[in-house]
Design a protein around this ligand. Structure first.
Ligand code: BG6
Length: 482
């Protein structure tokens, strides 16, 4: 692997994301040689840590994520980490940061390359981008910005943030990260759809009755109540992860597998996204809040949650496109906290054939993203000893050894940032469409809230609200996974 020279500045270097995801991912890339002698990382955050303290934290993070922990390599890796205590609103701190980056650049021969990573509270993203610009933190080599979600709170704030960022970074240098795009089975959607003549040819309204995306979580909001109150399930999961999955399911076949062609195909699809009216939201969406379970209080009693909050912890809804191979096929989604299992899956429901076998079981294609990684086709066959049809799965899955090689989403995406591959990052024009959809749903809900005392509640450990079973276009449709 080519060794990339770079100084990386992580805003939010003392945070949970850096500890759990970024440091272990960087370590793996270090072991693989993508970054090695010519890199340094500056962690910056409010806390008054020292370089040594950050280095100990990095070693700890590597240890926690590695079964075969090798202390010597971890220490060598951690010696490339530096800490700069930082108040993001204080201009003086950007000057100090710039001096440290310049010094490290010389020490490590980083060729003026910089990666800025925003991994902290999103309300500071704009301020940081502005100061990177006015204090000229940009290096003389390549400059890339990695930015976590949420990118804005609605279309207007996302546009403002985009404007602030664009003063320092071209769109081509902005990497809006969505960790779902780094997941193995999400990256399998295109080959599944496009590399098999059976699947490729049935990918249309004539054969597909509907598509269903389920991202269920068994945990509640825990200590994240404060953030969640500003977000809700719609902004937390639908605006990004669910829409990215749906886009991959519904986009036309790109003319090539490079980033430009893939994004072109995505854009073509998203230009035809149907923005829901309040009537559509009323009929084909459902939202609610979880009730208490043995191990967690109900949402309304969670820490930092308003007792009369109308923020949804579960949402189900429908997406439609006017163009693309599955134009006219309803795409249903649901996601929520405190559901039965931690499961992420896609179910493609095929039409029943009106023929001799009207007693056939439904034929589906399912893609399991988490907790396992598999694809299965359900098919009908005849029962051996009695009349009727039996249903079996044809399964595509990985061995244990293969599963152990699957890199974490963050490792994969950070690798892509280092090698400047923007295929699996969200472009601004796509994000804009996602926000238009989400804003329309939010607006409809705000209207509904005026006559609503409280949201529908759902018991923990099930599949969300009762009303989510009635969002379908046809009475014959239902959730496949239940
Ligand atoms: C994050 C959300 O983006 O995705 C969290 O902010 C959620 O609320 C998480 O728990 C789910 O990701 P995964 O990979 O565990 O399914």
């Amino acid at each position: 692997m080519k060794n990339i020279p770079v100084i990386m500045i992580i805003f939010g270097g003392s945070g949970d994301l850096a500890h759990r995801k970024l440091y272990p991912a960087l370590y793996n890339l270090y072991q693989k040689g993508l970054i090695h002698d010519h890199f340094a990382v500056i962690g910056t955050a409010r806390r008054p840590w020292s370089h040594e303290y950050l280095q100990e934290q990095v070693i700890e993070a590597v240890k926690e994520s590695n079964d075969n922990f090798d202390e010597k390599t971890a220490r060598e890796f951690a010696s490339h980490f530096y800490y700069q205590s930082h108040d993001v609103t204080d201009v003086g701190h950007y000057i100090a940061l710039k001096e440290l980056a310049t010094k490290l650049d010389e020490k490590y021969h980083a060729e003026g390359n910089r990666i800025f990573y925003m991994a902290m509270a999103p309300r500071f993203f704009g301020t940081i981008a502005t100061h990177i610009n006015d204090q000229k933190l940009i290096g003389t080599g390549f400059n890339r910005l990695v930015i976590e979600k949420p990118f804005g709170h609605d279309l207007a704030s996302a546009e403002k943030l985009n404007q602030e960022i664009s003063e320092s970074f071209d769109e081509d240098s902005v990497y809006r990260i969505d960790h779902y795009l780094g997941k193995e089975m999400i990256q399998n959607i295109m080959p599944l759809r496009m590399a098999n003549p059976i699947v490729k040819n049935i990918w249309c309204k004539n054969y597909i009755a509907n598509m269903q995306v389920t991202l269920a979580e068994s945990l509640g909001v825990g200590t994240r109540g404060g953030y969640y109150e500003t977000s809700g399930a719609l902004r937390d999961m639908v605006q990004n992860h669910i829409f990215q999955i749906i886009t991959l399911l519904a986009m036309p076949e790109p003319e090539g597998l490079d980033s430009d062609h893939i994004h072109q195909a995505k854009q073509e699809l998203l230009d035809s996204l149907v923005i829901p009216t309040p009537e559509m939201v009323k009929k084909h969406f459902s939202r609610g809040q979880y009730l208490a379970s043995n191990d967690e209080v109900e949402y309304l009693k969670a820490d930092q949650v308003a007792p009369d909050s109308k923020v949804e912890t579960f949402v189900a809804g429908e997406v439609n496109f006017k163009k693309g191979p599955v134009a006219g096929v309803p795409i249903y989604f649901r996601t929520g906290k405190k559901m039965k299992d931690k499961v992420s899956r896609i179910d493609i429901v095929l039409h029943h054939l009106n023929n001799l076998y009207d007693n056939a079981h439904s034929n589906n294609i399912s893609i399991i993203i988490d907790p396992t990684s598999e694809i299965f086709f359900t098919i009908n066959g005849k029962k051996i000893t009695s009349e009727g049809l039996r249903r079996e799965n044809l399964t595509y899955k990985f061995s244990k050894e293969e599963m152990a090689q699957v890199p974490d989403g963050y490792e994969r995406l950070l690798h892509d940032v280092f090698v400047a591959d923007r295929t699996n990052f969200t472009h601004w024009s796509e994000l804009k469409q996602y926000w238009k959809f989400v804003d329309a749903v939010e607006d409809a809900w705000q209207e509904e809230n005026k006559d609503l005392k409280q949201l529908e509640r759902y018991p923990s450990g099930q599949f969300g609200t009762e009303s989510s079973n009635h969002i379908f276009e046809k009475d014959s449709e239902h959730w496949i996974y239940r």
